[in-house]
Design a protein around this ligand. Structure first.
Ligand code: UD1
Length: 422
């Protein structure tokens, strides 16, 4: 069993470059299926979820190889339009392949991604949109059997701005005849990144970043070289780590405009934050203060993915902060573990009230999900004594090497292999 061991109460200092965005790389890897050429994806993060996408691409008959941080994918050899149940289960966001396979092959078969550690993960909006574009979808023993001999563009209206549905429908729309507009689309920066990749391949897509994305389908697509945007959630994690531990860090490659709600909260908490062109410097010398209520919301609101790491930082602060989680039903699983470290957090439904403690102490804790796991590491940096974080496989889904990055910032943190029985 792998654990992350942290000896806390040590200020951070130093500079690191932010990894490429997981939530951009995953839809872009699905989008590579739309052309029959080669994509060189630079700054592609090496993560468990990216590995799972690579396995899906290879299963479908595509070639993928790493060279440093560049992942080259050649989709010329695509020879399958179905994904096995085992591969679908490896990664919750594998549903994104549906739109791309349909656009390329006119048919697709894969299993329901099912629920996940954050609660139910429905894909009803994805399926409704694909049906409106002309896909026949039937369920057969947990498998989705989809046929779309001819996709036809049209206006689609999402009942809520789902990131995954917006992306899936963008990919399907690239293979549809005519124009598709996706209204009430999600506005996350990763959707703009997907659009930029598609346009670099010759697709005609515009509007990403606003609530209407328009795709003129049918353009012949070619391969390209593309650089994935920096990961705003990884950046938020390191900023919260420095806020928790104190000290001064510099993140290069981070874009503050993608993180405005997070940096605003950290400033309110008493951090000194300077954002220059492509770097963010955070300094925290005074104790943290509680902030006004944090309510997670679709972009540009406060990201649900940064809720846990900010909560961990504010677990040691002056005053009480209210967190309201509005995106996922099961996103407070880090709370009990933070409580083991001395945090005072009361949960009621979708609300958590964090009353800042004067001290946190090390403990044996378990990550139940990706961002919750990162939050435990953040809290451990502020805690006195040693913390052992297990459930590291969740953390590895989204961070290239969280412990190594924090070590580069001066933290006393490392990965350790422990016998299972311990
Ligand atoms: C993406 C991100 C994830 C982030 C989330 C919200 C990726 C790979 N993952 O997930 O890190 O936390 O956005 O910013 O980019 N919903 C439905 N029906 C649907 C689709 C979604 O009811 O068909 C609901 C979900 O249950 C959830 C909400 O909509 O409550 C938001 O989900 P969505 O925006 O789709 O998130 P993901 O794309 O799954």
């Amino acid at each position: 069993m792998t654990q992350i061991m942290v000896r806390g109460a040590k200020a951070l200092s130093g500079s690191i470059a932010v990894q490429g965005a997981k939530n951009s790389a995953l839809p872009i890897l699905a989008a590579t299926l739309l052309n029959r050429g080669e994509t060189v994806l630079r700054r592609c993060p090496r993560l468990r979820d990216v590995d799972a996408s690579v396995r899906i691409l290879r299963y479908l008959g595509c070639e993928a190889r790493w060279e440093g941080d560049a992942l080259t994918v050649n989709t010329a050899g695509l020879c399958r339009s179905e994904i096995s149940d085992a591969l679908m289960r490896e990664m919750r966001s594998s549903a994104i392949f549906l739109g791309a396979i349909l656009a390329r092959c006119g048919q697709a078969e894969l299993s329901y991604p099912g629920g996940c550690e954050l609660g139910p993960r429905p894909i009803d909006l994805h399926l409704a949109g694909l049906r409106e574009l002309g896909t026949d979808i039937r369920e057969d023993g947990g498998r989705l059997v989809c046929a779309a001999p001819r996709l036809a563009g049209r206006e689609l209206i999402l009942s809520l701005p789902s990131v995954g549905a917006t992306e899936n429908l963008m990919l399907a729309a690239c293979g549809a005849e005519g124009v598709t507009s996706i209204c009430n689309a999600a506005r996350e920066p990763e959707i703009e990144d997907l659009q930029n990749y598609l346009c670099a391949c010759g697709a005609r897509v515009c509007g990403a970043g606003t609530s209407t994305v328009t795709v003129e389908g049918g353009a012949p697509l070619h391969g390209c070289e593309y650089t994935v945007m920096p990961d705003r959630i990884a950046a938020a994690t390191y900023l919260c780590a420095a806020a928790a531990a104190g000290g001064e860090i510099c993140l290069t490659g981070a874009r503050e405009q993608h993180l405005a709600t997070v940096t605003a909260a950290l400033r309110e908490a008493g951090c000194d934050l300077r954002a220059e062109k492509a770097r963010i410097v955070l300094r925290r010398t005074e104790p943290l203060r509680a902030v006004r209520p944090i309510r997670t919301a679709p972009y540009p609101g406060f990201p649900t993915d940064a809720q846990a790491v900010l909560m961990a930082a504010l677990a040691r602060s002056r005053g009480a902060t209210v967190f309201e989680e509005n995106i996922f039903t099961n996103r407070f699983r880090h709370v009990d573990e933070l409580t083991r470290m001395g945090a005072d957090i009361r949960v009621s439904g979708r609300t958590a009230v964090v009353t800042g403690a004067e001290r946190l102490h090390g403990a044996a804790v378990r990550a139940a999900d990706l961002r919750g796991g990162a939050a435990l590491c953040v809290a451990a940096l502020a805690a006195e004594g040693e913390t052992a974080v297990s459930g590291v496989e969740h953390i590895d889904r989204g961070y290239e090497d969280l412990a190594a990055e924090l070590r580069a910032l001066g933290a006393d943190i490392f990965r350790a292999e422990r016998p299972e029985a311990e």
